[in-house]
Design a binder for this molecule. Structure first.
Ligand code: RUQ
Ligand code: CUA
Length: 674
């Protein structure tokens, strides 16, 4: 079969899919069994010998798992699973007293989200390895991870949004991360009829300032836009620095059956937002201050997360700030908005379009200067399609979604419906190569492939469906990525590797930008947790009414204290466990029988706190969960729980107990006997 007939065949198949929604039809076209030599070649390209390091760190969103997966490339080995929006019992994230506040939102404690788009911080348009940002789609939030610790340091809630999808999409020098609402909602929220969608709903785009020294986020301003769906975004760079581009669909403003009703128009828009203009308008007092309540959770230098509450935002409207927004007509329900490394081209993936439109930034500027408008929509100037479009990629395949770039002037677009990656040239917009993906590729990622400096060695396909690619695991099959070599003219599939959670977007950068800057342990002497015990002498048990604080230490291979009595049913027992180790790679765990939350995993020098409310009398073991030493199994202790009102005194075994004199420390003598 010739290539074109193969492709046509695929089109017919996928058109049938579109009509019938029958996903089961995908899955023809399994890779030809590669000749042994080729397979060996591919194996050698992804093989990282035992003890050797991968060349790239890749950060993949966990999708509805709410976390970030860290993988090595080219091996595809999973290095770390960093909890972000979701509680993680493996290390007590969101369970321990120090980390609980990270889950605070204006809706209360929300221990889950749907994470889609990781974005590495950039300097001069190049990933710099300082931070990773990622959006929470369901309860609108943006998180920031610190890449010296691979830990979430900050989560900022976005008010006036309903589904934070077009986010965080960072600007060239990490000035801003953005947050565009996927679903328009009444903003501020109020009780209105859904029928009043066109009048009462709006789509709010937020610009969140990133502090260049600390990375701390703060909502700088929001823009009240028409009630469309704001899907994806990317910031300008180089000549287009100062602009951000958002795709949108449902310019039909449907509020039901969007599947049909939001696919009526031939063209929707890319919104070009001039954020430098917005800054000026805000400085000139053109924004109105509106009340808004939102959580801002920050991990302190003491390792304790705290919530600050936002009370207002600055709202701009396009009407109050002329020149702030222009619409670029774009066929048809566009999804991805991707800017090439030069900053000149804005590629939009029209999910239902038959071509890939490529807008030109310089043409857009000329069109604005020439007022080449095709009227207005909601008072926002609509530029003429011909006036901004640099070209269209013809016959690219079906269902173009996202585009990444290499450093040779080529673009790579994911085709969801025809399950393939299509490589095309930014010079003439001609298709150069295509390669199947297994199956239904969503995002794709080239290390640095949305920056000014792609490291164009590999493209990773982030697939939505795996079907028959792996050993089956019941109704739910694994999520997966695929790695392709893009150094030659032809893309070449090297490997499949499963991922934790559904990979949406991903980012990658050379390992050298991160690997030597890792924190190996926390300084025990620098530990400022109010309940720290920096040595075994300062361990103790304090009762304050029905609240008991246990200041405990762990070191290979024992806890201090490891025998505690005088606890009563219904007490709130706070185990503050400090890991005394000052060595890399020696965490200790802590778990106690009957706890209703999760374990603690305490890093060297760190204090972590677990609350336990014993519900019955008895003697309960606690133990270290992390196999830390030859005597790890011996790392255990007991805590005795007496009935409510019992007179058993508080007592524990540690040097501090004896030093307190008469076998009873002052604290427990005062409170321990009623
Ligand atoms: S999306 S498969 Cu949530 Cu980024 Cu395009
Ligand atoms: Cu400490 Cu096992």
């Amino acid at each position: 079969m010739s290539r074109s007939s193969t492709i046509r065949g695929r089109h017919v198949l996928t058109l049938a899919l579109l009509a019938g929604g029958a996903i089961a039809a995908i899955g023809c076209g399994r890779a030809d069994t590669a000749r042994l030599g080729e397979a060996g070649d591919a194996a050698a390209r992804v093989y990282v010998a035992p003890g050797k390091y991968d060349e790239f760190y890749a950060f993949m969103s966990g999708g509805f798992d709410g976390q970030v997966g860290v993988y090595g490339l080219p091996s595809g080995r999973l290095l770390r699973h960093v909890p972000v929006f979701s509680q993680n019992p493996e290390n007590g994230w969101g369970y321990s007293e120090q980390t609980k506040a990270m889950m605070n939102t204006s809706y209360g404690f929300v221990p889950w989200d749907d994470a889609h788009h990781p974005q590495l911080s950039q300097t001069a348009g190049i990933p710099d390895g300082r931070w990773l940002f990622i959006n929470g789609n369901n309860t609108p939030r943006i998180a920031r991870l610190d890449l010296t610790r691979f830990e979430t340091d900050e989560i900022l809630e976005i008010p006036n949004a309903g589904g934070n999808h077009s986010s965080p999409f960072i600007t060239e020098n990490s000035e801003y991360v953005v947050a565009g609402t996927r679903f328009s909602v009444p903003a501020p929220q109020r009780d209105v009829s859904i029928e009043d969608y066109k009048d009462a709903f709006s789509g709010v785009l937020s610009f969140v300032k990133v502090d260049s020294a600390t990375g701390h986020m703060a909502i700088a301003f929001q823009i009240r836009m028409p009630p469309f769906d704001y899907d994806l975004s990317h910031a300008g760079k180089g000549p287009s620095h100062g602009w951000s581009f958002f795709t949108m669909y449902n310019t039909e403003q449907a509020n039901t059956k969007l599947e049909v009703n939001a696919s009526q128009k031939d063209k929707d828009y890319v919104a070009a937002i001039n954020w430098k203009q917005a800054e000026q308008c805000v400085a000139q007092g053109k924004a109105t201050t509106e009340p808004a309540r939102y959580a801002h959770n920050i991990m302190g230098a003491d390792g304790i997360a705290r919530t600050e509450w936002g009370t207002s935002t600055k709202m701009l409207t396009p009407a109050a700030c002329p020149g702030l927004v222009y619409y670029l007509p774009t066929p048809k329900s566009p999804h991805g908005a991707d800017v090439d490394p030069t900053g000149e081209f804005i590629v939009a993936g029209g999910k239902l379009a038959t071509v890939i439109p490529v807008h030109s930034f310089s043409k857009m500027q000329k069109a604005i200067a020439d007022k080449a408008f095709d009227g207005e929509d909601h008072g926002i100037p609509v530029l003429k399609y011909e006036a901004t479009v640099a070209g269209e990629v013809q016959n690219p395949g079906l269902g173009p979604l996202h585009t990444e770039f290499d450093d040779q002037g080529n673009a790579y677009t994911s085709m969801f419906l025809s399950s393939e990656i299509v490589k095309w040239s930014l010079k003439d917009f001609k298709v150069l190569d295509r390669v199947p993906t297994y199956y239904s590729i969503g995002h794709l990622m080239i290390p640095g492939g949305d920056s000014r400096k792609p490291w164009g060695k590999y493209v990773v396909a982030l697939n939505k469906i795996t079907k028959d690619r792996y050993l089956p695991t019941g109704p739910e099959l694994t999520q997966s990525a695929q790695l392709y070599d893009i150094t030659g003219d032809k893309m070449k599939l090297l490997s499949d590797f499963p991922t934790i959670g559904e990979p949406h977007y991903a980012q990658a950068l050379p390992a050298s930008l991160i690997q030597d800057r890792q924190l190996k342990m926390f300084s025990l002497m620098g530990n400022t947790d109010p309940y720290v015990a920096k040595n075994e002498k300062s361990t103790r048990v304090d009762r304050k009414g029905s609240v008991v604080h246990v200041m405990m230490t762990s070191v290979r291979s024992h806890f201090m204290p490891d025998k505690i009595e005088g606890i009563r049913v219904g007490d709130s027992v706070y185990f503050h466990v400090t890991n005394l180790e000052q060595d890399w790679d020696v965490p200790h765990g802590f778990a106690v029988l009957g706890a209703s939350n999760a374990e603690l995993l305490i890093m060297p020098g760190q204090t972590r706190t677990l609350v336990w409310i014993p519900s019955r009398a008895g003697v309960f073991p606690f133990y270290c969960t992390d196999f830390c030493s030859a005597l790890h199994q011996e790392m255990q202790g007991y805590i005795r729980v007496s009935p409510k009102g019992s007179a058993v005194p508080v007592k524990w075994n540690s040097p501090s107990y004896h030093e307190a004199g008469e076998g009873k420390p002052a604290e427990s003598a005062e409170h321990g006997t009623q």
